[in-house]
Design a protein around this ligand. Sequence first.
Ligand SMILES: Cc1cc2nc3c(=O)[nH]c(=O)nc-3n(C[C@H](O)[C@H](O)[C@H](O)COP(=O)(O)OP(=O)(O)OC[C@H]3O[C@@H](n4cnc5c(N)ncnc54)[C@H](O)[C@@H]3O)c2cc1C
Length: 296
Amino acid sequence: MSDVAYKGEMLHDEPLARYTTWRVGGPARRLYRPVDSADLACFLQSIPEDEPLLWLGLGSNLLVRDGGFDGTVILTKGLLDQIELLGDLKVRAEAGVSSAKLARFMAHNNLCGAEFLAGIPGTLGGALAMNAGAFGGETWDWIEQVETIDRSGQVRTRSADDFDVGYRKVSGAEGEWFLSATLKLNSGDGEEAMNAIQKLLNKRASSQPIGLPSCGSVFRNPEGDYAARLIELTGLKGSCIGKACVSEKHANFIINTGGATAADIEQLMRMVQERVEQAHGVRLVSEVHIVGKEAA
Ligand SMILES: Cc1cc2nc3c(=O)[nH]c(=O)nc-3n(C[C@H](O)[C@H](O)[C@H](O)COP(=O)(O)OP(=O)(O)OC[C@H]3O[C@@H](n4cnc5c(N)ncnc54)[C@H](O)[C@@H]3O)c2cc1C
């Protein structure tokens, strides 16, 4: 792998616990911080075809195992971070822009509809990959087109119709990652949008353990029900394995109470799945993406 063609920073054996909101995860063999999308394309052209790649935004929906990631992590948070107003109620933002910053930018420009993004910790890239949503809104409801990049560095523009989008899942364009998106909003009143954002943030603060290391909701809501309701009904609030505990405030959150390992969290997830299935006949499905290898 040549290191002359690209301008970004390459880190070796970088602990991923620094880059995930659960604060767990072993090292990445390499972690690349691109300068911009042209530099990223250049970097991708330089890596071997079989190099495992992991895209990382804020790491707020990722459980990286304790043995780390044996490949190259591409970090976007705070790096691919351009936002621009396009006119005709449209905004273009790069994948590393935080969802909260994007929501505020839109509100300041009297563009309304996607205020829910303000409370979702993460980047636009992560929100696109997950179809992140809250309070009835979903990311892809507002997407007109995206720019993707593949592992050879080729950039494509794709319409939202190229993707099959559902509840916390997105498919289509396999082997491509999100570089940017163009959102089309409604015309509205910026002050009202900022008030709506504040209300949504207050609502979150009263129902979720904000500020403690977590990944938000761990399991998807099963059809017609809520994972949190089933976990609470099974009596699992406050259950712990090692330093990982089911939150007392919101049963679908698992908290790292200080010094938890990824293995503690994964075991607790399995325990919750088994106990809920025994009690209610419903197998909860992880919303969180689990990557990497177990510690030796
Ligand atoms: C306190 C808290 C509250 C939360 N509340 C919500 C909520 O209300 N609603 C909700 O939907 N989620 C919620 N989440 C989960 C999480 O914030 C979202 O899923 C968020 O969109 C993830 O963004 P990220 O940048 O952190 O993605 P990451 O965790 O870094 O990555 C998530 C996945 O997306 C992939 N990915 C990242 N960037 C790209 C890219 N550019 N192109 C392709 N793939 C990419 C990663 O490889 C990974 O598979 C919450 C999390 C926390 C900690």
